[in-house]
Design a protein around this ligand. Structure first.
Ligand code: ADP
Length: 651
């Protein structure tokens, strides 16, 4: 009878090659599995928790093939290029299983810590433990094998870009990889021999918190990861990210293992970036201009405090970062929004274009707006809008333009005056000289002297003295020295006198007088008031070169006497009326009358009338004549005949 076959001799394949892919996810340095499909767990027999422990990769993969896997893992994690390799893994029972593994990167990262996805196919089922059919290896062979494996581990560890370390429960280093020398500059033996090495070389600013944090985590048997600075042998600070696992037994920490990665360059880059950003923010906030940056679809990417203040923008309005809302709000504040809006549209339609515009605000401010495209490399990504309050400059400019205009006008008036005055003063001299020469010739030759020559000479003398008197009066007014008498004056009588004198010298002109219904007494200077009336009448005659009737009307208007002198002459352009009573002013159409003048008569009239408490003005239409009116306060019957001096208005 054949002996029963033991299951040892004919083991049934425990797990048969499964054509469907088995999957895991993993990453980090050193690499570890993060997720494993249940079919893969089942295929190899290791419990799921074991897969997730640190270092399981090196337990799972056959030592001869571990190097190849780690190299491929790192390359795929860095470059993202998938790779396929075959390797032997050890099942839970310690049997080798041939696997085909395809590695692809989920998220490649330059430091090789990115996440990978592994697809596994079982090529051969686990074999029963290899029978020791041949002779057992010699001690030497075993030692050689151990040394070889150890060397490979060391090479692997040294290839890791970080300090791989191990300490006992008292934080004394029991292993430190060679990279420590390159990264911090201290020889490895110092780490191992000096029990307080780590603490001693921690940066003083990080020493307390980092050591306390590490001790607490170790005590609680908690894996942890933190960043701190150590002082290197050359005195520089090196930023390290330390990834630590705690090996414990029954809740008591036995060992700490970890890897310190040099993150100084990253930290520095981050710091530089933070500094640049905060510098930009500070610059943005300290500028005197309001600045806002918008993307092409109106999203606000930056805005400074000055902008907010300039436009009184409530904080809440900026919360949504919507440029359109802001634009509406700003438009409502603009006086010239109708002009500005099309310009804004034009700028938005041509992203490359720059522009400067002046915005007039309803509150009277002027704001200059600059707009430039915001570029990232060669691409326009948005638009920068800068706003500057130029109200003060604008007002100062307007004021200086006004002053300049006035100064130019004053110079023009002075020049005109000099040429007019010299011409006006010279004009009567020529006929005067002529008449005097005729008179002298007649007298020398014993001929009778004709009265008309004497009269004409006297007329020119009167004209000359009239001009000189006007100049004198003007300088008296300017100096505040034009004196006025203060006595009751009958306006009716005064007008009669003036008209009688005028009729005598201008017998051919038609002069009409409409008397007041009642006698009108006023208080003042008879001579100066007559001067006012004479001036208005002479102007009426002078500026009606084609003749026509001159009308004088004196009437009562409430408490005032109103005197009006009308002509049907050349009239006065509307824009010149307000200036007629200014010194040296002559309306632009005055020269067409053919008469000269100094532009002083009305200036003197206004001074006299106003100092009597009255008012003077003109109504006129170009080509249809003018009416000059002036008022004077009527002296009531009960008023004292000689009121005090103060009744007149001193200048
Ligand atoms: P002048 O007559 O010597 O120029 P006035 O001071 O009397 O100086 O008058 C100032 C200006 O007012 C005149 O130059 C003239 O342009 C205008 N003007 C005065 N009266 C009349 C008037 N009746 N009709 C038209 N223009 C007048």
């Amino acid at each position: 009878m054949a002996p029963p076959q033991s299951s040892e001799e004919h083991p049934e394949p425990a797990r048969v090659a499964d054509p469907s892919p088995l999957i895991w996810l993993g990453g980090g340095l050193p690499p570890r599995f993060r997720w494993v499909s249940s079919s893969l767990v089942e295929a190899l027999g290791h419990p799921l928790e074991a897969w997730k422990t640190r270092g399981f990769v090196s337990q799972l993969v056959h030592p001869e093939e571990l190097g190849g896997l780690l190299e491929a893992w790192g390359a795929v994690a860095r470059t993202g290029e998938p790779r396929t390799l075959e390797l032997r893994a050890l099942s839970a029972e310690g049997r080798p299983v041939r696997l085909a593994v395809e590695l692809s990167a989920v998220e490649p990262s330059p430091d090789g810590t990115g996440e990978l996805i592994g697809t596994v196919r079982v090529l051969s089922p686990p074999h029963p433990p290899e029978r020791v059919e041949h002779t057992a290896p010699s001690i030497d062979e075993m030692l050689q094998e151990i040394t070889r494996t150890q060397r490979m581990h060391e090479e692997l560890i040294d290839a890791i870009d970080g300090i791989v370390w191990e300490t006992d429960a008292n934080f004394r280093f029991t292993f430190v990889s060679k990279q420590a020398e390159r990264i911090l500059g201290y020889p490895i033996h110092q780490w191992m021999e000096d029990p307080g090495f780590w603490l001693k070389h921690l940066h003083p600013e990080d020493r307390d918190w980092a050591s306390a944090y590490c001790m607490k985590s170790a005590k609680e048997c908690m894996a942890h990861e933190f960043e701190y600075r150590m002082v290197a042998a050359n005195g520089t600070s090196v930023w390290l990210r330390d990834i630590v696992t705690v090996v414990s037994e029954n809740g008591v920490p036995r060992q700490l293992r970890g890897i310190m990665v040099d993150v100084t360059a990253q930290r520095r880059a981050r710091q530089d970036l933070e500094q640049t950003v905060s510098l930009l923010r500070a610059t943005l906030d300290s500028t005197a201009d309001g600045i806002i940056v918008l993307t092409q679809d109106w999203h606000i990417t930056a805005v400074n405090g000055r902008f907010q203040k300039l436009w009184s923008i409530p904080d809440a309005m900026l919360e949504g970062r919507d440029g359109r809302v802001l634009s509406e709000y700003m438009r409502a504040q603009m006086e010239n929004a109708e002009q500005v809006h099309p310009r804004t549209q034009q700028l938005l339609a041509s992203p490359e274009q720059e522009g400067v515009d002046v915005l007039e605000l309803r509150d009277g401010r002027f704001i200059e707006r600059y707009s430039r495209p915001q570029r990232l490399g060669d691409t326009v990504v948005g638009r920068v809008w800068t706003y500057r309050d130029v109200t003060v400059e604008r007002r100062a400019q307007a004021e200086s333009e006004r002053l300049l205009r006035e100064a130019r006008e004053a110079i023009r008036v002075r020049d005109d005056f000099l040429s007019i005055a010299s011409h006006e003063l010279k004009t009567p001299l020529t006929p005067l000289k002529l008449h005097l020469q005729v008179l002298k010739h007649r007298m020398d030759s014993g001929q009778p002297v004709p009265a008309q020559h004497v009269d004409k000479a006297l007329t020119q003398v009167a004209r000359l003295s009239g001009l000189i008197n006007d100049l004198l009066d003007t300088s008296r007014i300017q100096a505040g020295r034009l004196e006025l008498r203060n006595e009751p004056v009958s306006l009716g009588a005064l007008t009669h006198e003036v008209l009688a004198d005028l009729r005598a010298v201008s017998p051919h002109r038609s002069l009409e007088y409409e008397e007041p219904a009642e006698p009108l007494l006023i208080q003042g200077d008879h001579g100066r008031l007559a001067q006012v009336l004479v001036n208005l009448l002479e102007n009426a005659l002078k500026y009606s070169p084609t003749g026509g009737t001159i009308r004088v009307r004196v009437e009562r208007d409430g408490a005032q006497a109103l005197v009006s002198v009308s002509d049907s002459g050349i009239g006065i352009p509307p824009d010149q009326k307000a200036l007629l009573f200014e010194r040296f002013f002559r309306a632009r159409n005055a020269p067409i009358s053919g008469f000269g003048g100094l532009g002083l008569g009305l200036y003197i009239c206004r001074d006299i009338v106003e100092r009597h408490g009255g008012r003077i003005w003109v109504e006129s239409e170009v080509g249809h004549g003018s009416t000059f009116h002036f008022t004077l306060p009527v002296l009531e019957d009960e008023a004292p005949a000689t009121p005090p001096e103060t009744a007149l208005h001193p200048r």
